[in-house]
Design a protein around this ligand. Structure first.
Ligand code: CP
Length: 315
């Protein structure tokens, strides 16, 4: 069993229920991971994913190895038949097989480079490990998805929702650096498995991959989208069509207290890290309706559920 996409979840409601059970007694399965090793491979920086996944593995009694490929590992080659006479020192074929001998589960973070849409959509790093590793693979944010984040988001919404079918708004917000679409892609896929009035709002021209958005409701007027919302999920993404470009940095899209007043006292969510007073104003982020810290806390229980399911499956 791998966990590389929201599509790996057979029943979102069951998974959320199980994760909330784990949260109540996180050390219950402390023996499940005894003598098992989780390898965390990072091709990009992290705070939450690294520490929460490590914490989750510790709660299951696992050993953990962490490797940062940005400054510690050999540069990897992913192309079949490559003549490796330039930068890359090691091919994924050897690297994945070697790491599989040391680890019982491999978790990988490898962001989109935002230079070439086809290359990013090919998920070269994640698929390279899926192809050549002989142990289960977990996606800790790939070029196109962040399914551990969106499972934590689902857990958080379940904890805070006050009605069966809340209005959930995913809002684009400005950002000075070009960011991938991975978080929002998985959030949308997760919301499509939920009973909710789900609305995506972004400036015209910032349309996401239509194969992911499908029939989800898109509203270009942010104020209109916010009306009576129960949850506001803010996130920047760079332009998907004008791939990887920043074609809009309109500060009117920043989430402010005035905008939140249009909502039904909505809870504010963001995956973090967040740029204060660019994505969201201090007063919103510091308000009692901001649930970003609990959202980050739930990263541990999302990861723990995924690791637990994999360990149980491998028994
Ligand atoms: N939300 C999230 O993935 O945080 P990190 O990038 O810090 O891991």
């Amino acid at each position: 069993m791998n966990y590389t996409s929201i599509k790996d979840i057979d029943s979102l409601s069951d998974w959320v229920f199980d994760a909330i059970k784990i949260k109540k007694n996180p050390l219950k399965n402390k023996k499940l991971g005894k003598n098992k090793t989780l390898g965390l491979l990072f091709f990009n920086p992290s705070l939450r994913t690294r520490l929460s996944t490590q914490k989750a593995a510790q709660n299951l009694g696992m050993n953990i190895m962490v490797m940062n490929f940005t400054n510690e590992g050999w540069t990897l080659e992913f192309e079949e038949g490559a003549i490796m006479n330039s930068g890359a020192s090691e091919h994924i074929k050897e690297a994945a097989k070697v790491v599989s001998q040391y680890c019982d589960i491999i978790a990988i973070r490898a962001f989109a480079e935002l230079k070439n849409k086809d290359v990013d959509n090919s998920e070269m790093v994640l698929n390279g490990f899926l192809k050549y590793a002989s142990v289960p693979i977990v996606n800790m944010e790939s070029a196109t998805g962040h399914p551990l984040q969106s499972l934590a988001d689902a857990i958080t919404m379940q904890e805070y929702k006050t009605k069966h079918k809340p209005k959930v708004v995913l809002s684009w917000a400005p950002h000075p650096k070009a960011l991938p679409q991975a978080v929002v892609n998985s959030f949308i896929e997760m919301m499509q498995l939920q009973e909710a009035n789900f609305v995506i709002t972004h400036p015209k021209g910032y349309e996401l991959n239509p194969e992911i958005v499908k029939n989800s409701n898109v509203e270009y007027n942010q104020d209109k989208a916010f009306e009576n919302a129960d949850f506001i999920y803010a996130k920047n993404w760079s332009n998907y069509n004008d791939y990887g470009e920043i074609t809009n940095s309109d500060p009117n899209w920043t989430i402010t207290a005035k905008k939140m007043q249009l909502t039904n006292k909505a809870k504010f969510m963001h995956c973090l890290p967040v740029r204060r007073n660019v994505i969201v104003s201090d007063e919103v982020l510091d308000s009692e309706n901001s649930i970003v810290i609990e959202q980050a806390n739930n990263r541990t229980y999302a990861a723990q559920l995924v690791l637990q399911k994999i360990l149980e499956n491998e028994k």
